[in-house]
Design a protein around this ligand. Sequence first.
Ligand SMILES: C[S@@+](CC[C@H](N)C(=O)[O-])C[C@H]1O[C@@H](n2cnc3c(N)ncnc32)[C@H](O)[C@@H]1O
Length: 228
Amino acid sequence: MNIRSEEEIKIEKLFTWLNGEGYTPDDCHFKKEDYHYFRKNLLKKISIPDTTITPIMERFLYFIGSSKSIENIVVFGSYYGYALLWLLGGGIHNNNRKVSGIDIDFKACEGAKKNIEGINDFFSVGNKCSIYNENALKSLESFQDHSIDLCLLDIDVNGSKKEYIELLNIWENKLKPNCIILAHDPMVEKFHNDFHLFHNFIKTNDLYSSYITLPLDFCGIDIFKKRT
Ligand SMILES: C[S@@+](CC[C@H](N)C(=O)[O-])C[C@H]1O[C@@H](n2cnc3c(N)ncnc32)[C@H](O)[C@@H]1O
């Protein structure tokens, strides 16, 4: 018997709504059985000291990562790679996918590399995953790509999120038109002032579409696009 919890029904409705409103590509899909299979294997094979990515946020990242039109993904503040692996996991069968994580913390980057190696067998040949131990608030010489389709902003600089504005300013020319931008943590109380500034920045900047905040959990996530 296939019983769906209230939470599952709500999140599946939200996914349909996001597709309908054009926030996510039409081919984004969520297969519950595949999600559970991936989760079971992922949790067996990886090691993370902690994460604020909740099961409902995992589903969202898995859902959005499923689109075949999203080939090039970058996570700013990848830590041990948990959110990155969920974005990658959603497109497990997509060929030619490139996923990059950038983090300033050496130990976290080594951990992320190990986690990616641990789960490597799952992914289609042609998927390429790279971790850069770098400061994302500087333009990276080693990162030549100007074709990012989706990025997740999740750097946390000494307990602040106000650097999201600087991050977008530095990386804007590497984002493709229509690039989907996700910003983690708008619901966290201690970041309210930082997000107030960030939201004003998006609203008053012609480069970006209007954002919505998805209150999926206590962190929440913003979604918007770079305009064409
Ligand atoms: C909240 S954690 C990210 C959690 C992660 N996305 C996950 O999946 O669990 C924030 C990360 O931002 C990184 N960070 C802070 N400042 C940074 C910077 N200037 N450049 C790159 N990473 C940075 C920290 O080292 C930390 O790993």
